[in-house]
Each structure stands twice: as structure tokens, then as C-alpha cells.
Design a protein around this ligand. Structure first.
Ligand SMILES: NC(=O)c1ccc[n+]([C@@H]2O[C@H](COP(=O)([O-])OP(=O)(O)OC[C@H]3O[C@@H](n4cnc5c(N)ncnc54)[C@H](O)[C@@H]3O)[C@@H](O)[C@H]2O)c1
Length: 264
């Protein structure tokens, strides 16, 4: 029970594809199994409702709220609803994020660029902005944002890369600024994960069969396999738990050694 009685918000707690296991859902299930009181948030309800159903099916209580993290009012209301339900907020785990393959910089679509930065950078800022007053008053808290190896590797996801690399530094600033309040802020830098959204995105983009995409992605990490949603959830759980009580400002690769290739 590593999160016993901790109140945790998980954003992006649904998943874009119905089948398989996404990072948000696996994190919700993992946190609940370790005793956390959960507030799930997602911009659409059916998939979040399914996550809540799976959490309840294991015998745990859970609250949920429709919220678009790029909307400031929604972020404000998410914090208000959580404190109303549970009286405090110990953990903000922001899982929301997604990218699209853009190709060449000369072809960037401005609307798509802005949308990507809103989701992957502005949303995490708004969530942090509205949770901080509560955590500062408590003199404790833990914020984890979800980034990607795309932030440091050369991949043709340009807006996503720009947004996630800025997210890494934004979160390091959060850690510096809020250390004196006993608030820890860290980044999970995920590698090639076998989640339904990622595989589907590359399938739509390349036309390659899903199994072929999985085979190609599995070749790149030094450990010879993709990660999965449970790997992401385990790292999120570690950072949220007291085992990480002295870890803040960290950008932690969860990538099976993929980024060890940089410079090698
Ligand atoms: N899967 C990978 O290979 C991989 C690699 C690196 C990083 N990541 C990161 O992992 C996270 C997502 O994991 P996934 O691919 O399993 O997720 P997913 O897409 O299955 O789930 C994300 C959820 O976020 C919700 N969402 C999207 N925009 C939202 C918004 N504005 N407000 C509220 N909810 C919103 C979606 O409805 C969906 O339910 C992202 O931050 C992504 O950048 C994934």
C-alpha cells in the first residue's frame, strides 16, 4: 500500500483506442491497488468511465470528472472538485499528451502546431498553476508530468518534440520553485511503449500492419523490447510514493535504454 490514503488526480485517464491498455488507465489501476483515493479526469467520458469501471471492479472507490486540460476553467474546477471530494490533493499525475508525425518543418501546419503545444505544454502548466496553491498550503505534494524520448531524440514529430522538451524544463523549474514548499516535481520521459494510441498513430501514418510496427519499434531499445503501459505506471507509482521522497527535478527515462543510443 505505497499510496495509502494519498489523494491522486490522474489526467488522461481514458484512452483514445478502446482495446489494449493505455498509460493513463494502467496508472489509475496501479495507484488504486496501492491505496490511493483517485480523481480521474479526461476530456471525453466513455473511455474514462471504462477506466473507472475497471477500478471499481477491483473493489476500489474512484471519482471522475470531465475536464479538458487545455481549458483553464476546467483545471480550476478539477482542483475544486478533488478538494471537495477528498479534502486535499497529494499527487497530480498528468498523463495527457499526444503527437502527430509532421514530416518536414517547411510543411508544418500552424493550427496543428498550436494544438500540440496546447495539449503537451500549456495544459500541464495550467494544471500545475491550479494545484500549486493547494499543495503549498498543505506544505506537501507531488507533480509528475509525462514527456517522451522525442524531447531529446531526432524524430519527425516536430511540435511534439518542441512541446515535450519545453515540458521537461518547465517541470525542472517547478521543482526549483516549489522545493521550499516540500512539493516534488518530476518528469517521466517515456520511450517506445506498446500502447494502443501509439501503435494506431503509426499505423495510420505509415499504412504498415500493426504487428510490423510493433516488430520495428521493439528493435530500437537496448533491452530489445518496447515498454508497455505497466512500465509507465510502475515508474509513475515510484515517483508518487515515499520511496522517491528526495527525488525532485528529475527527468527520468523509462525507455529500455533507448536514449543510451544518443552519442553512441
Ligand atoms: N505510447 C507511447 O509510445 C508514448 C511514448 C512517449 C510518451 N507517451 C506519452 O504518454 C501519454 C499518453 O499515453 P497513451 O498513449 O497511453 O495515452 P492515450 O492517448 O491512450 O490516453 C490519453 C488520454 O488523454 C485524453 N486527452 C487527450 N487530450 C486531452 C485533454 N486536452 N484534456 C483531457 N484529456 C485529454 C484522451 O482522451 C485519452 O483518454 C502522453 O503524455 C504521451 O505523450 C506515450
Amino acid at each position: 500500500m505505497r499510496l495509502k490514503d494519498k489523494v491522486a488526480i490522474i489526467t488522461g485517464a481514458g484512452q483514445s483506442e478502446a482495446d489494449g491498455m493505455g498509460n493513463g488507465r494502467a496508472t489509475a489501476l496501479s495507484f488504486a491497488r496501492q491505496g490511493a483515493k483517485l480523481m480521474l479526469a479526461n476530456r471525453s467520458s466513455p473511455s474514462m468511465d471504462e477506466t473507472a469501471r475497471q477500478v471499481r471492479a477491483e473493489g476500489f472507490a474512484v471519482e471522475s470528472m470531465l475536464a479538458d486540460i487545455t481549458n483553464e476553467d476546467d483545471c480550476r474546477q478539477l482542483m475544486a472538485a478533488t478538494t471537495q471530494a477528498f479534502g486535499r490533493i497529494d499527487i497530480l499525475h498528468n498523463n495527457v499528451g499526444a503527437g502527430t508525425v509532421e514530416g518536414d518543418t517547411a510543411d508544418i501546419d500552424l493550427a496543428a502546431w498550436r494544438q500540440c503545444l496546447e495539449m503537451n505544454l500549456t495544459g500541464p502548466m495550467l494544471l500545475s498553476k491550479h494545484v500549486l496553491p493547494i499543495m503549498r498550503a498543505q506544505q506537501s505534494g507531488c507533480i509528475t508530468h509525462t514527456s517522451s524520448v522525442a524531447s531529446v531524440a531526432s524524430l519527425p514529430l516536430i511540435a511534439y518534440k518542441a512541446a515535450k522538451s519545453a515540458l521537461n524544463e518547465f517541470c525542472r523549474w517547478l521543482a526549483f520553485e516549489n522545493g521550499p514548499y516540500n512539493i516534488r516535481c518530476n518528469v517521466l520521459m517515456l520511450g517506445l511503449m506498446d500502447t494502443p494510441t501509439a501503435i494506431e498513430m503509426y499505423h495510420q501514418n505509415s499504412g504498415l500492419p500493426h504487428d510490423e510496427i510493433r516488430r520495428q519499434r521493439a528493435e530500437l531499445p537496448r533491452m530489445g523490447r518496447m515498454g508497455d503501459a505497466w512500465d509507465a505506471a510502475a515508474a509513475a507509482l515510484f515517483l508518487a510514493s515515499d520511496a522517491a521522497a528526495y527525488i525532485t527535478g528529475a527527468v527520468i527515462p523509462v525507455d529500455g535504454g533507448l536514449t543510451t543510443r544518443v552519442g553512441s
